[in-house]
Ligand binder design. Structure first.
Ligand SMILES: Nc1ncnc2c1ncn2[C@@H]1O[C@H](COP(=O)(O)OP(=O)(O)O)[C@@H](O)[C@H]1O
Ligand SMILES: [Mg+2]
Length: 268
């Protein structure tokens, strides 16, 4: 296992290595005496899906939280587009273009699909109605919501006026992912997006992840599900006991290899 960028880069010679869109260098995060992250580096390159796998407690969520402003690392550096960033809150990461879909479905059940897509950044009506009286432009939001879902190839949500509580788990997840993708984001991070879903719904979310990548939005996908990871990931970051054990690809390693590295039965 090496810890250099060059050796992890997708198929490039060292001098052609692209700049990672998101890069973490030697992150450390402790919780009292528990070490969540023990000097973890990660690189996300343009145009890729990077999976993060690892056993329970390996530090996957903590790593993602540090990258998305939900936790502040004790040590280490984070770079976005090559520039150092210092997120204090999730809003900071979001403002910088990092959108996160957390493990627990992050939608507001009582609101409809369109309102969920615009949650926290509602379109206001033009003029004094919007600027002073904060009247929401519902028609405009619904039109934009329909266009966004169409562009992402989400065909399971025909009606954007349906309250989200009436949707299936997969449809809700699609709303959460669409929201993450909808606002010119640079990076989308998904923590276990298929954990609560059935086979068909999972496949739809995986298609959605591929669509994001094809639209040029790189994705970090945290997942326990090896077939899902090997289906969509370009590279796979393996966490073990708070450290990066290896970064592999579906071409370089089998699922069995990946599990062996994850559990410490083998080295990369
Ligand atoms: N807020 C917290 N307080 C105390 N310990 C925590 C906290 N968050 C995570 N941990 C600990 O840090 C380690 C890594 O956890 P986590 O990142 O959630 O792992 P994973 O997502 O891979 O299951 C675990 O030992 C976990 O118990
Ligand atoms: Mg977790």
């Amino acid at each position: 296992m090496t810890d250099t960028i060059a050796s992890d880069a997708p198929g490039a010679s060292p001098d052609e290595t692209p700049t990672p869109i998101l890069r973490a260098r030697r992150l450390v995060k402790t919780f009292g005496r528990v070490v969540g992250l023990d000097g973890v580096s990660l690189e996300l390159y343009p145009g890729e899906v990077l999976a993060v796998i690892g056993d329970n407690g390996a530090g996957k969520s903590t790593l993602i939280k540090c990258l998305t402003g939900a936790e502040i690392p004790d040590e280490g550096e984070i770079f976005l587009d090559g520039k150092p960033v210092d997120f204090k809150r999730p809003q900071d990461a979001r403002a910088a273009g990092i959108e996160t879909v957390y493990q627990n479905l992050a939608v507001s059940p009582a609101l409809d699909v369109a309102a969920n897509l615009f949650l926290g950044r509602e379109k206001r009506k033009k003029g004094i109605l919007g600027s002073v009286f904060r009247v929401v432009d519902q028609k405009g939001m619904r039109e934009k919501a329909r266009a966004e879902l169409r562009e992402l190839g989400i065909t399971t949500l025909q009606d954007v006026t349906v309250p989200v509580e009436n949707l299936s788990g997969g449809q809700r997840q699609a709303v959460a992912v669409a929201r993450a993708a909808a606002f010119g984001s640079k990076v989308v991070v998904l923590d276990e997006p298929t954990a609560a879903l059935g086979v068909r719904e999972s496949n739809q979310v995986l298609e959605l992840i591929k669509n994001l990548r094809d639209r040029g939005i790189p994705v970090i996908l945290i997942s326990h599900n090896m077939p899902h990871v090997f289906d969509v990931a370009d590279r796979i970051h393996i966490q073990r006991l708070g450290k990066r054990a290896a970064t592999i690809t579906p071409e370089s390693h089998s699922m069995t290899d990946a599990v062996a590295i994850m559990t410490g039965a083998a080295r990369a």
